[in-house]
Design a protein around this ligand. Structure first.
Ligand SMILES: NC(=O)c1ccc[n+]([C@@H]2O[C@H](COP(=O)([O-])OP(=O)(O)OC[C@H]3O[C@@H](n4cnc5c(N)ncnc54)[C@H](OP(=O)(O)O)[C@@H]3O)[C@@H](O)[C@H]2O)c1
Length: 292
């Protein structure tokens, strides 16, 4: 649930001079981070773009990389690692280093699923809440860009996307909207200690989503609803390690239960505009050759 009326911005304790700001973006080469970094820079902010292969080296599992990326940072975009183990220590070290504002990317339903799968996100939510810092959490639906930049992409190019989601509907969220929201949360006042849920404006079945992509790309593609057991078996046959295959299966079983099906208001609450429709995403991704 989004817990923020746009008009209720009376807390100005998080106000910071722009000139003093240094933003650290984790996962800076990823789907959201690589869109957050240029937006912040275009707005005149100083940004440290960090990941294992990015401009500034940061590795969750190499603690010698932590202090250098945190030096002087005032605001942090936190993408949780898959393994939640380092999260508490990193957040504590960041707070001790002077980071005043944390924006955490999480997933819708994380308040229900907790750490039962993809535990890094729920752990990151809890870590910032327990750290006595200014934090804002973004809980996003599955990204539209999963179909063009992530795990749905290769199966679609192969002509068949098979998931254990039945005819569940989901309002996929455009990563461009997530990036706009994250930049606003990092740079504007009035969002402290709030959870924003981000969805697209239209809930559609995975089958309908694939049909829209097939039509726009002119490629034969189909969606197949399969059982969790079959999904797990197919992932394993494709060489996905057992633990990761189980986690994916648990994730989509959770999706199938409808926890991510409702429309959320976070994009409108933060940006004062409607989120981008899946159809607009499909059109621009197809024009850019995503499935060409
Ligand atoms: N996809 C979805 O639909 C969805 C929905 C809701 C929430 N989420 C959450 O969003 C997060 C992923 O965000 P994203 O999609 O923007 O990123 P992404 O595209 O999955 O890319 C992952 C980023 O993390 C970096 N990274 C990977 N391992 C790392 C390590 N050990 N240390 C430091 N950096 C590391 C990668 O860069 P390097 O390889 O250079 O290190 C890359 O920049 C996850 O927590 C996921 O659960 C995803």
């Amino acid at each position: 649930m989004t817990t923020t009326p746009h008009s209720d911005r009376t807390d100005h304790s998080d106000r910071t001079d722009r000139t003093d700001r240094l933003f650290l973006v984790l996962g800076a080469t990823g789907k959201t981070g690589r869109r957050v970094v240029p937006r912040l820079r275009a707005a005149g902010h100083t940004v440290r773009a960090a990941s294992r292969s990015g401009e500034t080296r940061f590795d969750w599992h190499d603690r010698t990389t932590w202090a250098p990326v945190l030096a002087g940072v005032t605001g942090l975009y936190l993408i949780a690692p898959e393994d939640p183990e380092p999260v508490d220590d990193f957040v504590a070290q960041a707070a001790a280093a002077g980071v005043r504002r944390f924006v955490v990317l999480s997933g819708r339903g994380a308040d229900v699923s907790g750490e039962s799968f993809l535990p890094g996100m729920a752990r990151a939510e809890r870590a910032v809440a327990d750290a006595g810092v200014d934090w804002t959490v973004v809980r996003a639906n599955n990204f539209a860009q999963n179909f063009s930049e992530d795990f749905f992409h290769a199966p679609l190019l192969g002509g068949r996307l098979a998931l254990p989601v039945g005819d569940t509907v989901e309002p996929f969220v455009d990563v461009e909207d997530i990036a706009d929201v994250v930049v606003a949360l990092l740079t504007e006042d009035g969002h402290t200690h709030r959870v924003y849920e981000l969805s697209g404006p239209r809930a559609l079945t995975y089958g309908a989503a694939v049909a829209e992509i097939a039509e726009a790309s002119g490629r034969p593609m189909r969606f197949e609803a399969i059982s969790p057991e079959q999904f797990l078996a197919e992932l394993t046959a494709d060489g996905v390690p057992a633990a990761a295959a189980q986690e994916f299966t648990d994730l989509f079983t959770f999706v199938a239960e409808g926890h991510l099906s409702s429309l959320a208001t976070g994009v409108r609450d933060v940006l004062g505009r409607e989120p981008k429709d899946f159809g607009a995403y499909v059109k621009s991704a197809a024009a850019a050759g995503a499935w060409g």
